[in-house]
Write a new protein. Structure first.
Length: 138
């Protein structure tokens, strides 16, 4: 199986299997929410810190919206959330990534932010998916 994720405006392919996370790698899953227009929402994703014993590489964590990769780093997420309407990015990973805090925060929520969000962890050729969080804007 081959997966494709968009990362820094590039395609990243990962070989391996996909499975819902029943391993505890994702410790806190995002939850579906209904939010008001122009509010701030946080979709939680807390992951266990993992290091490959052979390579020393850590896990890679990505967010996707409606099955489209929106990024795996703070810079990627902020770039995805930029628009001509605001001087700053509406999307951010505001917490300590080194501690596994990959919460996605969206400020000034717009109707276009509605959709299905998933936090995914790639580690040692395996991909672990959080539960899907549906964001509804009212």
């Amino acid at each position: 199986i081959v997966f494709c994720t968009i990362h820094a405006n590039q395609f990243v392919f990962t070989a391996g299997s996909v499975q819902p996370d029943g391993t505890g790698i994702i410790q806190l899953h995002p939850e579906s929410q209904a939010v008001t227009l122009n509010s701030t929402v946080r979709l939680q994703c807390r992951v266990r810190i993992l290091v490959d014993p052979t390579t020393g590489a850590g896990a890679q964590v990505y967010w996707s919206k409606n099955d489209f990769g929106i990024g795996g780093s703070r810079d990627d997420i902020q770039e995805y959330g930029r628009s001509a309407r605001y001087k700053y990015s509406r999307y951010d990973l505001p917490y300590n990534l080194k501690e596994g805090q990959y919460d996605l925060q969206i400020t000034n929520v717009e109707l276009s932010d509605e959709g299905s969000y998933v936090c995914q962890v790639n580690f040692m050729k395996q991909q672990y998916l959080s539960q899907t969080a549906v964001l509804t804007v009212q």
